[in-house]
Design a protein. Structure first.
Length: 302
């Protein structure tokens, strides 16, 4: 549809369609049974009467929560948001790749990488979860700058810096990509005329592979890291803070850092720092859990 139609009413269509998705997910959730382990401990009367207190007030479990947050989910969150969201922002806003083309690039990269969530989950079942997740964080730290420099070259419009302006009414920051003209002066960059779409798709695909490496094992790790009686309460905090806070801040921090430094790669510093922290803490203190038999808590498989 036209840009005017999309701005007027088209943007509402995905939200309306989500009513169908929410209805389907609600139906599935209502039909799902509780996990056999929870059913077992509930019938035995061994569930926690004070899950919040048991999960966070006792140091033994509180320590597991903090280790899981800083040694796993914080890094997972920033790697996820960088590969799937910041990459799109970088293409559209900084490299001035056509909005539709950039969306297609990311969509195709996601589609191609999708099976690898299962692949890396299966690998973690066989060989372990910890070092697979740590490898993803380390690869992100070591390769994000080269990947994004390659993306800049593949866009083909020679964006070298950004200038920022603040909206007087809302305070929102907008970025203007800058290139160099024939006289050597910096001027606003035009939309990328002929970006290398296959290369850009591959470069985003590589980033999503990092996401698969850390995201594939994370759910199993979190389940295995906490005892059943307080599992859901305990894993919720590191998972949602790691993704919602650490991961969710990636686009916001990226905009502000790029605006303040005029460096088109500076937005990567935040996810690289968080991924580095996760790699160090996770490597030192995160326990390998893939051999954990969670059924042992209720006397074995039934």
């Amino acid at each position: 549809m036209s840009k005017e139609d999309f701005s007027s009413w088209g943007w509402r269509i995905p939200f309306l369609l989500s009513i169908l998705l929410v209805s389907i997910s609600l139906y599935i959730r209502l039909k799902m049974k509780e996990s056999p382990i929870f059913t077992s401990i509930k019938s035995a009367g061994t569930t926690s009467a004070q899950p919040l207190k048991d999960a966070f007030a006792k140091w033994e479990n509180g320590k597991r929560v903090l280790i899981s947050l800083f040694g796993a989910t914080a890094g997972q969150g920033v790697v996820w948001y960088t590969g799937q969201f910041y990459a799109l922002f970088y293409l559209q806003t900084i490299l001035k790749v056509n909005v539709k083309t950039a969306s297609i690039i990311v969509a195709v990269a996601l589609l191609l990488a999708m099976p690898f969530f299962t692949v890396f989950g299966a690998i973690s079942d066989k060989f372990g979860r910890k070092w697979l997740m740590m490898a993803a964080c380390l690869l992100a730290v070591l390769t994000y700058i080269p990947i994004y420099k390659a993306m800049q070259g593949a866009a083909g419009n020679n964006v070298v810096s950004v200038k920022s302006a603040k909206n007087k009414t809302t305070g929102a920051i907008s970025l203007t990509p800058m290139t160099v003209d024939s006289a050597g002066a910096q001027v606003p960059a035009k939309e990328a005329p002929s970006p290398n779409v296959p290369l850009l798709t591959f470069l985003v695909f590589v980033q999503v592979i990092y996401v698969c490496m850390v995201y594939g094992p994370i759910a199993a790790y979190l389940v295995e890291a906490f005892p059943a009686r307080i599992r859901y309460t305990s894993l919720s905090l590191p998972y949602h803070i790691g993704n919602g806070v650490f991961g969710g801040l990636v686009p916001l921090v990226g905009v502000y850092v790029c605006a303040s430094t005029q460096n088109i790669y500076a937005g990567l510093y935040y996810p690289m720092i968080v991924a580095s922290v996760t790699f160090v803490i996770g490597s030192l203190v995160l326990k390998e859990t893939h051999g954990t038999k969670i059924w042992d808590e209720v006397g074995g498989m039934r």
